[in-house]
Design a protein around this ligand. Sequence first.
Ligand code: MG
Length: 477
Amino acid sequence: MSQKGAGAKIASSRDGRDTRNGRRLFGTNGIRGLANVELTTEFVMRIGGAVGTFFREGRLLVGYDGRTSSPMLAQAVIAGLTSTGCTVYNVGMTPTPAIQYAVRHHKMDGAVMVTASHNPPKYNGIKVIAENGIELSRQHEIEIEDIFSDDRIRKADWNAIGEARQLPGIFDVYREGIKKHIDVKAIQKRRLHVIVDSGNAVGGLVAPYLLREIGCKVTTINTNIDGAFPSRTPEPRPENLGELSSIMSVVGADLGVAYDGDADRSIFVDESGEVHWGDRTFGLIERSFLQNNPGEKIVTPVSSSYLIKDIAEEYGGEVVWTKVGSIIVAHTMKKVKAKLGGEENGGVFYAPHQPVRDGAMTTALILDIIAETERKLSELLSELPSYYLEKDKFNCPNELKEPIMEELNQQIEGMIVDTTDGVKISFPDKSSILIRPSGTEPIYRFYAEGKTRRRATHLLTEYKAKLHRLVDELRDD
Ligand code: MG
């Protein structure tokens, strides 16, 4: 198919690499776009062709999330992959971590997952997974982008076209895999009551069954899969988990958990109904992990709370800070041989199981800690150092992002600054502000943290005003 024939607009960037609507194909977490507008069947079939060419007649899994457009786009991916000679095993609807686990278990060459994770229902996306279960490195994404834009998509001879087979039952080995890393007997003994909110997405295919198998009493809400996500947005955030939060104390549950659209991230609610940010529950896992494994490295993006550093210092661990992005965390963990990583958005990477975000594994780890300590989640979290986090964003035209960063860097000379991703300024009172330009949208993101809410809010207001002034000045120039 010619590039013109593809449904998405293909523009050419200055470095000669074709991009979609002026952007490269892969963003921070795979290829994303509006279903049937940007991600058309024609476009996705070509992506499948480029991915299949990259994998050279390999054996690949294909799976998809619960979005309305996902089965259609999965068929397009399969057509593209098999046309290059790859053999495809269709695992059907699945959480992303379950297909990542299956890649290694079945010794596949890789996988393609059709999902837009936490994005609104009209979006979809493609994640490409390597043989080790981790999403491809940027270098390999560029190879696929080059195959796509140079029109080097392989066409197999008629008698070498790949077969498309079905591979049902990947959830059984995935659940068994998770159970190997927790004390099932101790959890069974506690008879914990857990409420699972899968937000009408694929998390409901695995977690409720896993939790019942390990002896929990499970109540599910929003478990019917519905691509319109009628219950809440697929991004679990404190402000949209009101339903889960309000049920907790009414039914006397011990733990509530909500997953994102492809169930690699999990956000927890304590027995009183309080919703906790991901880095606090990650901190709890970190503390328990370092108590058993002192001296280990903990990998986390600069957007995470200093809580992670405080816990590492107290329990003899070492924090490795990275840029924001789950793929970067996973690849860094591999590079520095770390067993644990985590993000403030509820992504926890537990490498003894698999070095990728995994919502069901994270839930099992939290239950393991509750069972072992015989404490309530609220009590456990109250023992951790407390920080207040304020997040916000700020509209800024893409062309002004670089000059603003240069100007800001001059203004903050002499301060304690970390430039791993954007600019993170730290203050002696353990407060900090991270200002980072989004790689995909014309915005700046702010993460302000302080030992009091007032300090965090103050930092946020101060630096937003600073950026406002810079934008105005640069516009006037
Ligand atoms: Mg996700």
